[in-house]
Structures are given as structure tokens and as C-alpha cells.
Ligand binder design. Sequence first.
Ligand code: 2HA
Ligand code: ZN
Length: 275
Amino acid sequence: MKVTDIEFIKGFIRLTDDGFKQGWHERNGGNLTYRLKSEEVEQVKDHLTAYQPWVDIGAKVPRLAGEYFLVTGSGKFFRNVVLAPEENIAIIEIDASGENYRIRWGLCSGGRPTSELPSHLMNHEVKKEVTGGKHRVIYHCHPANVIALTFVLPLKDEIFTRELWEMATECPVVFPEGVGVVGWMVPGGRSIAVETSKLMKKYSVAIWAHHGMFCSGEDFDITFGLAHTVEKAAEILVKVLSMSKEKLQTITAQNFRDLAKDFHVELPEEFLYDR
Ligand code: 2HA
Ligand code: ZN
């Protein structure tokens, strides 16, 4: 079987194409990583290349020791992944210490994994732990409306969560734990990775002020759908704020409590404060 006919690789490529078509991946913006299941490592075994040298991750992820990840390449454009997957994405293996990786497939014309590898792997480590291994996808994109809101809303989890929830009834059902916000930081390094992974203990969405969004999920559909839902809510909020400073009516705290009961979700009271 061709590598690109393998189901998880097809799913990964489809997400990069979907994200580009949404306008969330200008130039080389955004990155995607997927933690392989052991049977998927078996599926690609015959395609894995001879060992390349170990490279420092730039963060320590001991609980990911020995794991394999499918990742986008640093400086590569999402719009090119579907045309030439082997040049733009890679499978990497994490060493036994969780401090180094090596490329086992892909990036065939050279290159390295995403510049946000420390954030991705630290998020994976946290999510693997808190979801009992269920979450496998970490997705970073640059959606315009979410980014726009980081210029006009206070950079507080409870403000972003409540404002986004109010924009569409499905929101609290899709992300009942809310969203976290990181103030502006230099991207690509360990510090922003540490801050983001702290939020990922509690949330599956972390918004980077004036930059973009990180989402975590079980599979490509759920993770892309989460980013899509958050950005749609942000788009509605941008439209509302553009029309008027005040909402004439909205979904109230009590409405959310009623919704939570019928939809069997837990909505933390910290987001249901009185206006
Ligand atoms: O260029 O999105 O955060 C890739 C990025 C860096
Ligand atoms: Zn980015």
C-alpha cells in the first residue's frame, strides 16, 4: 500500500487542505501533529527510512518516550501538503529520554518538523495524561476572527469562554470546559509551550493573543470541528461588536444551566457569572 493510501495519513492531509481552504493558513502559518497508534506504526513500518540522527526537541516530554508522530514541516505551506505530502510532512520518533526526535519518513527534500514542536509535544504529553491516551491530535491555526478578538477583549479565560459560548447555542456543548488564553509571547520556544500546556490540562482550546489558536482532540474530525466551531463563534462576535456595543438580548447564565441539564454537560460556574 502507498503511504498516502493509509487512513491516518489521508485524514491528516485532508485536515491540512480543509484548514487552508478556510483561510487559516497563509504562507507557512499553522502546524499539525498526530500521535500514531501502535497498529498505525506497524502499518507504516515498511516505509520507514533508515535512522537519521537524533535532534534536540527543545523541551522534555518523557511521557512521550518511544512514541511516533506525523507532523507538518517547518516553513512548509499547508496548501502544498495535499500536492506533495512526502516533501511537506514527516513521521518522527521520540527517543527513550523524551528529549530528542529523529525523522523516520517524509520531508524528502529536506527540512525539520514544525517550529512549534515544543508546544505540540508538551500539549500532547499533557493531553495523553489527562484523557487517558484518547487525544491524539494537536492543531495550530491562524483564524482571523479569533485573532481579531484578542485586540478588543480582555485576555481572560472567563471572558473569552463566556463571550464565545453566547454566540451559538452549540458552543457550550462542543467546548464545555471553556477556552484558555495566553497573552502575547514569542512563538516557537519552550516558554510559550509551558504556558500553553498548563492551559491544556483544563481546556482543549488555547488562544494565543495576536497569533492564533491551538486545539486538541481525539481524531481529525473532532479537532478540526472544534477549531471550526470556535472560529465561527468568534466570527459572529466580531459581527455583533461591529454592529453595536451592546447586545439587546443574549443567552443568559440561567439559559446555560438549563442547557447543561438537558445536554448532560457540566458547565463550570466560574463562566456563569452575572452580567
Ligand atoms: O509558521 O504558525 O506559530 C508556523 C506558525 C508558527
Ligand atoms: Zn502560528
